[in-house]
Ligand binder design. Structure first.
Ligand SMILES: Nc1ncnc2c1ncn2[C@@H]1O[C@H](COP(=O)(O)OP(=O)(O)OP(=O)(O)O)[C@@H](O)[C@H]1O
Length: 304
């Protein structure tokens, strides 16, 4: 469990993290989203005691990172895959980490196997591809078999097989009851991996909700109706306050009402339906609506 209370970090005039309060639960993959510069990496660094908050607290299992007796066994993190001694092999890096943290040496072989880099483990870290460095970073995070895992952009540089592998790994870590916190810019990937979403913008919390709720709340999530009486149904739905667009002669799109209500209104009006289904917004679409006012850098999309 990770708990943030009023977590705040100011760099000079800039509020990198602004009064963030939330709880990340075990058994869940929480996707951490936000535009560039939103404060995701800073938040993770504060949780890991790599930076001191200006105000507020970040606790792991009820304790600040600095007070955790055996940090590697409590929380594993991948923040920057390239932050390794370039002349050292992956194997040597993990062995040194294990020794310094009282972790059995056989665990090094185990995690190398888990991340699929037994073959490349003796290569110097400086010669590894970004994808291989990511795998090595993930191996280091898993080394202490921790209950809490944090990954900053873990699929950076991975090929499609690697991306799928990370997805499976995140899911299985959560299924084992661990708390998994993953930042990403890849919406489609986050939609496939996360159960829960935390979205921040300009350091502030924008959304802390289950993925399904975020998708359902998008104005682009709609109910598609096929009926030979589309005109009549449109009149009835609009009278009930449901927004309706005609798609074709026999098709309507209703927004702002759940599928059950659309079906019930048709039933009450005695209108036969030939099709009724929900068209879900993608996370990408829902995210764009949520963050339209919080884009820190880069251009806004026309019309947003
Ligand atoms: N050490 C620092 N000194 C000064 N400003 C900093 C420092 N670290 C981060 N910042 C600023 O804090 C803000 C948040 O940065 P952060 O890297 O946490 O965002 P992010 O959400 O991880 O962005 P990205 O998606 O681009 O990785 C940015 O405006 C950044 O310039």
């Amino acid at each position: 469990m990770i708990s943030l209370k009023g977590l705040t970090k100011r760099y000079g005039e800039r509020m990198a993290v602004d009064d963030l309060s939330l709880e990340l639960r075990p058994g869940t993959v929480t996707g951490f989203l936000g535009p560039n510069g939103a404060g995701k990496s800073t938040t993770m660094r504060l949780v890991l005691g790599l930076d001191r908050p200006t105000a507020g607290t970040a606790l792991i299992g009820g304790v600040p990172y600095q007070r955790i007796r055996n940090p590697l066994r409590t929380v594993g993190a991948l923040l920057d895959a390239r932050a390794l001694h370039p002349g050292r092999s992956g194997h040597a890096h993990l062995t040194a980490l294990a020794r310094a943290n009282g972790i059995a040496r056989r665990r090094v072989e185990e995690v190398l196997e888990t991340v699929g880099m037994v073959g490349a483990a003796r290569k110097r870290a400086g010669t590894l591809s970004l994808g291989m460095s990511q795998r090595l970073g993930i191996a280091a995070a898993l080394l202490g078999d921790p209950e809490v895992l944090m990954f900053d952009e873990p699929v950076n540089g991975l090929d499609p097989d690697g991306v799928r592998w990370v997805r499976g790994l995140m899911r299985s870590l959560a299924e084992e009851g661990r708390t998994v916190f993953v930042s990403s810019h890849l919406m489609s990937e986050t939609q496939l991996t996360a159960d829960h979403l935390v979205v921040i913008g300009k350091g502030r919390l924008i959304m802390d909700a289950p993925l399904a709720e975020v998708i359902a709340g998008s104005s682009l999530t709609a109910v598609l109706v096929r009926t030979p009486h589309a005109g009549d149904l449109a009149v009835r739905l609009r009278a009930a306050g449901v927004a309706v667009d005609r798609l074709g002669e026999n098709e309507l799109v209703a927004t702002g009402a759940p599928i059950e209500r659309v079906g019930d209104l048709a039933h009450e009006a005695g209108i036969r339906l030939h099709g009724l289904r929900t068209r879900e917004a993608s996370l990408e679409q829902a995210y764009q609506e949520l963050t339209a006012d919080s884009v820190e850098y880069g251009s806004r999309k026309a019309g947003v």
